[in-house]
Design a protein around this ligand. Sequence first.
Ligand SMILES: [Zn+2]
Ligand SMILES: [Zn+2]
Length: 711
Amino acid sequence: MPGPELAHVAPDSTERRYTNTLVPRPTYRIALRLGEIDDLFSEPPDTELGRMARLQVLGLFYFPLRHAMAAERAKTCWEWVRSKIVPQQEGETGDFLRNALRARVVGEANAPFESLGSFRSGLPEAAENPDCPGEKNFARIRLPGGFTYLNSSSIKVNEDLNYPLEFGADLFDAESRFYADNPVLGKLPLVAKVLRRSGQGEGWVPAEGVHVYFRLVKPYPLSPAYDRTTATQGIDASIAKEEATHIVQEDADPQTGNCHADRGGKRGAPLASSGDHPRVGLFKIVPTPGFNEPHPSRPLVRKTWFPCAESVADPRKHPDAVTAETNGEGEAGVIFMPSQMGGDRFRIRAFIGPPTTESDGADAAAVRAETGTLVVWRNVRISRFLRKEPAQSVLPDLIKEAEEFGYGADEDYLLRLALMNASYEWQGLPEISRDEIVRRFACAFCELEFDGGKLVPEVVEKEEYASAYRQAIDDATEGAVALGTEWEPDQLLLPPSEAVQGESIVHLPMHSPAAYNARVGAETTAALRLDPDTGELPQDEKEALDVLIDNYMFAGLLRGLSKNGSLPGLTLLQGAGCCTWDVLQLRGTVALGQSKAFRGCGLWFGKQTYANPGPAGYFWDLTGCAVHEIGHCLFREHAPGSDPPRKGAAGARTEEHDPLSKKGGGNVCVMAYKHSPGFFCSRCTLALRGWDVKKASPTSEVPPELPPEVS
Ligand SMILES: [Zn+2]
Ligand SMILES: [Zn+2]
């Protein structure tokens, strides 16, 4: 406990007796920094569990740690990270992970792994003038934001019944499970160092037993690099309305504008937490191993621990604060657990207060240190953008088989896949605009990053493609049995050696139904029941084949390339088409793209399809299509709306999206099959920001009439 000499600021009556001119008044200094995140892990970095826990905190691993498949997927993930993400100069495993934790979890806006060590990291410094902060007065708190559904209804290689992570589940609920399994996720150690000197000319020494307060203070208005980008006026207005819920007195609350506890956030909720889950409380007041006490089994270099933080004695005098005492090194610490909501902002002041001094941190004599503004951003990563580059002519055998469906020549086939325009001029595949897709996700405080730093299509190498394709055949072979048929997918699909050729154009080149029947023997039970007159497939068969193609063949191909979803980021697979039957018009539905459980999606069709987005053409350009499919990967379901006579999207969930007004206005979501500027609606945006949107305003509430959209 501090001695009476600590009566630094003129004390009030109770301590008056200690004020004595014969006792020199010590002066203090305080500095605030981000502590060592690596110390919080219960396992060393070179162990299986230690490595995957760290990868997850870095936003590079997306299986819950106690998931049955976590260890195996993490092994593949780490191989990828080591070969594609770790900068060349980085040494040992532990060094990279520790350095990345120091540099990336709290750091400046543009902080790619590729330039680790050369960007600003840690707590941002306070602005001299809070009304006019500069870039250096901000930092992002970078939390993982690439949580995807993992359970497939068809290929159950990632299933663990303890984790209901299927499409249709809720992102907020799903995310909570990741936090429950990984005790370091979402925790930031803050350390205040206090020095003392007894008089002029004396040296500064660490001050033990000093009471330090950690208090939230009003953040600065965001600078553009830390703020979200805008969507449409209507969407922005709906978001602003949700952000403003329960704001009574704007200036009184340092969390004004942050996600309210009603929507899963921390505004309006108790500040101190005696639990461990970062969903509750901002500052931990129970011990954290590796910070307040040793780990049971992992020895650390550190031998001095931070006394655990406590609630303040008088919350009216010291609102929004907890307090902790300094240790023998003059350091006080607290575990800060910001909300997981993108866009939530925090600023922290550490000051010396009672009983050490009577300061409330705001008075002129206060000994204090402040941070700049910390803003939560959610990191979403794309690991692969693979492309099957189509040749300008098609395998002659496939053309011959396509003849019976009226696609007799190269040109007809290529026209159908939109690789040519109506004048039969070659168009090829469309491009995704990197800047635009980054901007669309930045609307939701999602920081989109790409392995290698660029979004450049990588042509799938033949060997890897053949192996993923073999996976598609194997999965479809099991799928045929699961569907109760005797179909032979290896006879329906072309062999891998032919599929890898550019002339096979689509990702899954298939024989026509008649050619398939000829191969398996038209009289066998493996045959397709073709109508002898029309050549049509019966409806039940058509539906079963849709499942076989989408959920087994395509999902199989995708998991071959995304390594069963082990990769840190999503895998985008682009091609002229998913399968030959898209061209032959034999499918129940032909989609522009498809998302699957293996952390990836396909993006189909040539440039011509996306040439003139609008109510008469397709809904968006390829960038919009990629946003839609990535949205699915991140748990977003279809939205209502359509461009008649075309039908709206199947399985649209009205309650999951902003309402559409009768006049056709409202916030049209990119998750709808309807032309729009290609933004997520406000409800999707808030969900991607991590909000518990189940608790947001009911969607029947139509937003106010607004001037016409300018997009
Ligand atoms: Zn869709
Ligand atoms: Zn939506």
